[in-house]
Structures are given as C-alpha cells and as structure tokens.
Design a protein around this ligand. Structure first.
Ligand SMILES: *Cc1c(COP(=O)(O)O)cnc(C)c1O
Length: 371
C-alpha cells in the first residue's frame, strides 16, 4: 500500500452531512453565513485571540495581511527562504521586496541574531515563518522590531494548535496567518485565517476579503474576493471536534519515529525550542548531504513511500526569481545547507505504527547501503 507524506483526515461522512444539512434549508452557501460565524467564534475561543478573520485559503490571507498592515509599496520585508513559495510569492505579489535572513540550524526558524544587519531605511516589516510548526524566537524578533519600528507578521501556516510557554502562536505577533489547507494539521479543505487583536486591522482584513463591501450601498476599499464558503467552514467545525485526538495520535507517531531513529549515524532529527508544545505537523530529518538525502528518498519511493524535500529548493533559488538581486541562496548558507540535507518523512494522524516501523527500517537500510 502506498504511503503519502501527508494524508488528509476526514470526519465521519455522516457528521459532515449533518453539519451541511442546514445549508439545504437556508440556500445560503457563502458570504459569511451561520457555518462561517460558528467556525470563527470557535477558533477565536480555541486560539484565545480577539479576531480571527477567515479566508478561502492561507495564501490570500497572507496577501490580505500584507496589504492591510499599511506597509509602503516597494518596502523591504525581512523573511526566510526555508519555506513554501507562498511566503515569498505573497511579498512579491504585494509589491514588496523580500530580504532573506538566515535560519537556526536546530529548528529551521529565522535566526533573530541575523536580522539587525539586514535593516535599512527601506525596511518596513518582518515576516518570519514558524516552519514545521517550530516556533520562532518571538521575543528576540519582537525586540528587534520594536527597536526599529517594524511590523511583524507571522506565517504560522504550519503551526495551528502550537503553543509557546502555554500561549497559542495565534497570539504572538501583530498579525498571524494560518493555513487550513487539506495537507495541514487542521483542515477546511482549502482555507486560512489572519489572527489579530486590533479591531481596526480586523475590519480592514474583512474589507480586503469581500470587495470592501460594508453594506448594499457602501464600498470602502478596493478589496478582492477571498471569502471562506459555508462548506469549508462546515468541514472546519467537524474537524475541530476531532483535533485533540488527531494531535494525540500525531504525538505518539512522532515519539515512535524519534525512538526508532535515535542514534542512527548520518541522520539528525530537528527539535522545536524549549517551551514549545508542538502539533507534530511534519517529521523533517537531516542527512549529511544532498546525495545521500536523494538516495534515501529514492529508496523510500521504490517501496511506495512518499517523502518530500521540504524545503528544497529555497524560495531564493526558484526559477521564478532567477536574476532578481534579492534572490541569492548563498546569502543564507545555513538555510542552503538545510535545504540540501532535509527530507520530510510521512506523518499523518492515521499512519499505523507498523508503517512507521517499516519507514524507519528502510531509512536505516538505505543509509547503511549508501555509506
Ligand atoms: C501551506 C502554506 C501556505 C499557504 O497556505 P494555503 O492555505 O495552502 O494557501 C503559506 N505558507 C506556508 C509556509 C505554507 O506551508
């Protein structure tokens, strides 16, 4: 049986049918109906944030946040290249210039000590990524931002359900973007959100999401359309009820991986910083170099096991940005090395312990034969 790197969890079919039954009565399928409002309220409660503005996907949520934070066009935003291209594309699509900061070798998050030298008069914001659900050094990043009067927007697409010193990541930052894509820990099929505590920012985000329309006769901003539909919200409500169980199963599988791969020569596991309560979104491991990493990937693929090189290539090395002066992978040597070494092994809530055993045996075997 084929194993993919992620597998979307689904609620029982009957639960979803029950949840969407009311839509057949109301015929209201989108435009912030009852399901949308119920999911928003449930997430505000679960995440402990005053405002959760729901979007049709995480990428448009990120773009909306960039557009509504009041960042001057053409400004530079300090971010990281060890991420999904969405993070970098969002900046470029919003007329901002990415400036890549290197990452910490322990967990892949932005190295806060390397931010300050990148700041100049054109710098307007910092966009760090809680990559793999590993929480950034939010205190140090917040302190640098404060010293220089910069806004901080977090890409927390990987970090739904993650806490740092007991505080949900949604509360850490001026604006925090979440993704509810089917491949993420919590899914609304496609979906996302921006979390914030500023009511005026939440209002601008809502305008950005729905054409700037406040009522039938009032349009206050050149907004687009990025609304979450009732069907997406209904899926979210069903999945939210299952979240605790999902996280517990992921935690057990993560522990099993760590036990079976501990001490394997030529393999390093990443760990979030102390104080992080993880969501076990991914299981990234590092090999000694690109050649052995690629051989392990091929050995797994030959047995029907999908793994991914998250995140290779760096977003500063993709074809789209070839020739851009800001896109230079050699400017972030730690990230470049990690991208060449990393392989993300399968992890999803319904993976069987026997499958983890088999994957680990194959990894060990591939390492032994390519030594
Ligand atoms: C998934 C993801 C996004 C985009 O979210 P979508 O909901 O897929 O649009 C952005 N950034 C990162 C790091 C992601 O992994």
């Amino acid at each position: 049986m084929k194993i993919n790197v992620t597998r979307t969890s689904l609620p029982p079919f009957e639960d979803y049918c029950e949840e969407i039954r009311k839509l057949w009565d109301s015929h209201i399928l989108t435009n912030m109906g009852v399901e949308h409002d119920a999911l928003r309220d449930a997430l505000q409660q679960y995440l402990g944030v005053p405002h959760v503005v729901l979007f049709t996907n995480g990428h448009l949520a990120l773009e909306a946040a960039l557009r509504t934070l009041g960042l001057p066009q053409g400004g530079e935003v300090i971010t990281t290249p060890l991420t999904f291209v969405s993070t970098t594309n969002a900046l470029v699509r919003c007329g901002l210039t990415p400036v890549f900061c290197d990452v910490c070798p322990e967990d892949g998050t932005m190295d806060a000590a390397k931010i300050e030298p990148l700041i100049n008069e054109r710098t307007v914001a910092i966009l760090p990524v809680h990559v793999y659900g590993h929480v950034c050094d939010v205190d140090a990043i917040g302190a640098v931002a404060k010293r220089h009067g910069l806004k901080v927007l977090y890409d927390a697409a990987h970090a739904f359900g993650v806490r740092y010193r007991g505080v949900p990541v949604a509360q850490l930052g001026e604006a925090v973007m979440l993704s509810f894509h089917a491949t993420k820990v919590f899914s609304t099929i496609e979906g996302g959100a921006v979390c914030c505590s500023d009511a005026a920012l939440a209002r601008r985000l809502a305008d950005e999401r729905n054409y700037g329309i406040r009522d039938e006769e009032t349009c206050v901003a050149a907004g687009g359309n990025a609304k979450m539909s009732e069907f997406q919200a209904a899926m979210g409500l069903c999945n939210l009820r299952l979240l605790e169980g999902e996280l517990a199963r992921r935690k057990a599988l993560d522990a099993q991986y760590r036990a079976l791969l501990a001490g394997v020569p030529g393999l390093q596991m990443l760990l979030p910083r102390p104080g992080v309560t993880p969501n076990y979104a991914y299981f990234p491991v590092l090999f000694e170099g690109e050649g052995v990493r690629d051989r392990v990937k091929e050995a797994l693929a030959a047995e029907g096991i999908g793994s991914r090189k998250y995140f290779w290539p760096l977003t500063s090395a993709v074809e789209a940005y070839k020739g851009c002066p800001w896109a230079d992978p050699s400017a972030t040597p730690v990230a470049a090395r990690m991208a060449a070494q990393v392989l993300t092994l399968p992890l999803s809530a319904d993976l069987e312990p026997e499958q983890v055993e088999r994957i680990c045996a194959l990894v060990r075997q591939a390492l032994a034969t390519s030594a």
